[in-house]
Design a protein around this ligand. Structure first.
Ligand code: CA
Length: 364
C-alpha cells in the first residue's frame, strides 16, 4: 500500500473508529467484560499494527465474547506514548506497545523489550518463562499498577537507516537519530543526538531532515516505512534490539478482577501472538531485504568491529548507570546478565556454532 494513502486512510479510520465506538459501546458492554485496548501503533500499521489488531480479535474469539475488546490505534483514543498513563489510571484496561518506551518512568522497563548486547528472542523467551524474568517484570510493572504479558516479537532488529556510511565511531558524533530505550542512551554517549519518536512520526521527520538516521524493526516492517527515500544505507543486525519483545500491559486491578479462566484466555492469546508475530517476521524478512535492494537501491552495510567495540564500551557504562537507579534496577540487571551468560553461552556453543558453520558451508 502506498504510504501516503495508508496514512490518510489511517487518519480517516481513526476518526471513524472513535465515533463508532462512542455509539456502540453500551451495546458491546452488555455482551461481556469491557476490555478497551489502546495501542502505540497506527491503525493497519504493517507488522506491528496488524499483529496488535489480530491479538485484540483473538481475545474476543478465544473468550467467546466474554471479554469484549475495543481496539484503539495510536491517536484514536490517546496518543502513542500516553497509553501507559491511560491504563495505569484505569481509563482503559490494556495497552499494546514496547515497554522500553517507558524508560523515563523506570529505566528497567528496557529489559522487557530489548537492551543493547542483550538477548535474542529465543533467549529472552527462555528467561521470561523459565528463568525468573517474568517475576521481575511483574514486580516492575506492579509498582506502577500494571500487569504485563509478552504479546509480540520482532526478532533481531536492523542496525538502522543512515543517510551516510558509519565507518568509525566518529561518524556517530552529532548524528540526529531516532532510537528509543537504552540503545538511544548508548548512541548519546557516543555523541549522537537521539530522540524517541512513535512509529507513525518517523518518516516525516526523516524526510524533513529533522533526523538523519533511524532504527525501526527489520526488512519486512521497514519496507513499508519507505525510509529509503531519505536514507540509503541500511545496517544489518544492530546492538540495540537483539530481540524486540512487545507487551500487553493491563491495569493490575482489572487483571485481578478476572476469573482464572479469563486470565488463561488472555495469556494464551498473548503467547500465541507472541510466537506468530516472530514467525511472521522471520518468514518475510529475507524476501523483503531483497526487495529493498532490488526495487529501491538500498545499500546494505554492517558496522565494523571498531564501531561494535565502541557500542560495547558505551553499553557497559549505560548498564552501570541503570543499576544505580534503585535496588530493583540492580536486581533486574543482575538476573538478566546472569541468565544471558547462561542461556546465551549455551546458544553460542550449539545453535550459533551450527548456524555459522552451516552458513559457511552453504555460502549464505
Ligand atoms: Ca526498534
Amino acid at each position: 500500500m502506498d504510504r501516503r494513502s495508508f496514512i490518510k486512510k489511517a487518519g480517516l479510520a481513526g476518526a471513524g473508529a472513535a465515533a463508532a465506538s462512542t455509539l456502540a459501546a453500551p451495546a458491546i458492554a452488555q455482551g461481556g467484560k469491557e476490555l478497551v485496548i489502546v495501542s502505540t501503533w497506527p491503525r493497519d500499521f504493517p507488522g506491528l499494527g496488524t499483529s496488535a489488531q489480530r491479538l485484540a480479535a483473538s481475545i474476543t474469539e478465544l473468550s467467546e465474547g466474554r471479554l469484549n475488546t475495543q481496539y484503539f490505534a495510536a491517536g484514536e483514543r490517546v496518543g502513542a506514548f500516553d497509553v501507559f498513563d491511560e491504563v495505569a489510571s484505569g481509563n482503559s484496561q490494556a495497552y499494546i506497545g514496547a515497554d522500553y518506551y517507558w524508560v523515563g518512568k523506570h529505566p528497567s522497563f528496557a529489559y522487557f523489550t530489548s537492551v543493547p548486547f542483550g538477548m535474542t528472542t529465543p533467549e529472552w523467551n527462555a528467561w521470561l518463562k523459565f528463568g525468573g524474568g517474568m517475576d521481575l517484570w511483574d514486580e516492575l510493572s506492579g509498582s506502577f499498577g500494571l500487569k504485563a504479558v509478552p504479546c509480540g516479537s520482532t526478532g533481531t532488529q536492523a542496525g538502522g537507516w543512515f543517510n551516510k556510511e558509519i565507518n568509525s565511531p566518529d561518524d556517530l558524533k552529532g548524528l540526529k537519530m531516532r532510537i528509543p530505550g537504552l540503545g538511544g542512551t548508548v548512541l548519546s554517549k557516543l555523541g549522537a543526538s537521539t530522540v524517541s519518536l512513535p512509529g507513525g512520526q518517523i518518516y516525516e521527520n526523516l524526510v524533513s531532515g529533522a533526523i538523519e538516521a533511524t532504527e525501526w524493526v527489520g526488512p519486512w516492517n521497514d519496507y513499508f516505512m519507505k525510509f529509503y527515500e531519505a536514507a540509503k544505507y541500511y545496517y544489518t543486525g544492530g546492538m540495540h534490539e537483539p530481540g524486540g519483545g512487545l507487551a500487553f500491559g493491563m491495569n493490575a486491578s482489572w487483571w485481578g478482577s478476572l476469573t482464572d479462566w479469563e486470565k488463561a484466555v488472555v495469556t494464551a492469546a498473548c503467547h500465541k501472538e507472541h510466537a506468530d508475530s516472530h514467525e511472521e517476521a522471520m518468514a518475510n524478512n529475507g524476501a523483503y531485504l531483497k526487495k529493498l535492494v532490488n526495487e529501491h537501491g538500498v545499500q546494505i552495510r554492517a558496522f565494523s568491529d571498531d564501531v561494535w567495540d565502541a557500542f560495547g564500551d558505551a553499553s557497559a557504562e549505560v548498564f552501570e548507570e541503570t543499576r544505580q537507579h534503585s535496588p530493583l534496577a540492580a536486581k533486574i540487571d543482575d538476573a538478566f546478565q546472569a541468565s544471558l551468560r547462561d542461556i546465551g553461552g549455551f546458544m553460542s556453543k550449539f545453535e550459533v556454532t551450527f548456524t555459522n558453520q552451516r552458513n559457511r558451508v552453504l555460502g549464505l
